[in-house]
Ligand binder design. Structure first.
Ligand code: CU
Length: 305
């Protein structure tokens, strides 16, 4: 079966070969005529009559040849734009600056794990700006946009780990918007999908973290908040719980204690209390965290004092 890689490579090599052939032909004839009809040899210019036949040929032949490139590209494009109906669907959520992959049974993961040899259809959405879901190894790339659903599909034909990048400049930490696409045998995939642990390289979820910390990784909080004390786009979580925070509430500065209510409000309604000295750029996590999950994060923050 054809794959996205083979289809894109096919069109690329055809166009490259075509361009190379034209390049050498043109350079050859340029050099040939320069020498053959040089001034020393032909001091008097000659008048040539019009030749309609030749003119038709040199318009028609390149047109037909160029159209073969178009046809080649069109078949590949049609292939890439038609996911087979039996495709396995993975929802891809993108946001500043991380990816979240959601499986049909509700499982969520910061890395994309897929079974070998299956058609996978990625349904892309964005919760803030335009991002680009880009997997160089499979030659696929598609923008994800707020309010519009887009898709891309592929069939992984080799086991192993590949990079997922963001191909649209989407702000401060765009270059860090990375994830892994890990291809595993189908039986291993089923185990992982049902919550079992399987071994794969470099996956943060393979390490046993407290549930709250896992959530911070999974839902992309760590791209703006550190847990070790460093200030990033947002304040660090270290020592936050129970501390006194200067916040601006509806434009007025006040000091409040970071208790459970404050943490929850900061997560679901980040604009309500804006920490002094920071921009109001945090996206609300109302749709990506349940109350129970917020509870787990709060428990973790309590331990991080
Ligand atoms: Cu991005």
């Amino acid at each position: 079966m054809a794959t996205s890689t083979a289809v894109v490579n096919g069109a690329f090599i055809y166009i490259l070969a075509f361009a190379a052939l034209l390049f050498f032909l043109i350079v050859f004839f340029m050099a040939f005529y320069l020498v053959r009809y040089r001034r020393a040899r032909n001091p008097v210019p000659e008048e040539l009559p019009e030749n309609a036949l030749i003119e038709v040929i040199w318009v028609a032949a390149p047109t037909v040849l160029a159209l073969t490139m178009f046809l080649y590209g069109l078949t590949g494009f049609k292939f890439l734009r038609h996911a087979p109906p039996d495709s396995y669907i993975v929802k891809v959520h993108s946001r500043q600056w991380s990816w979240l992959f959601e499986y049909p049974n509700g499982k969520k993961s910061p890395d994309m794990i897929v079974p070998l040899g299956k058609n996978i259809k990625c349904e892309l959405t964005s919760s803030d700006v335009i991002h680009g879901f880009y997997v160089p190894a499979f030659h696929i790339q598609q923008n994800s946009m707020p309010g519009i659903k887009t898709f891309v599909w592929f069939n992984a034909s080799a086991l192993g780990s590949n990079y997922i990048l963001c191909s649209q400049y989407c702000g401060l930490k765009h270059s860090m918007m990375l994830a892994k696409l890990i291809v595993v045998p189908p039986d291993q995939f089923e185990i992982w999908l049902k919550g079992g642990k399987i071994a794969f390289a470099d996956n943060p979820l393979a390490v046993n973290m407290p549930p709250g910390e896992t959530l911070l990784f999974e839902r992309g909080c760590v791209s703006c908040h550190s847990v070790e004390g460093a200030t990033m786009v947002g304040p660090t979580f270290k020592g936050l719980f129970g501390s006194h925070v200067r916040v601006s509430t509806a434009g007025k500065l006040r000091t409040i204690t970071a208790d459970e209510d404050y943490i929850k409000r900061s997560i679901v309604d980040p604009g309500a209390d804006i920490v002094d000295g920071f921009p109001n750029t945090m996206p609300s996590a109302r749709d990506v965290l349940s109350d129970e999950e917020i509870g787990k994060i709060t428990d973790y923050l309590k331990a991080l004092r």
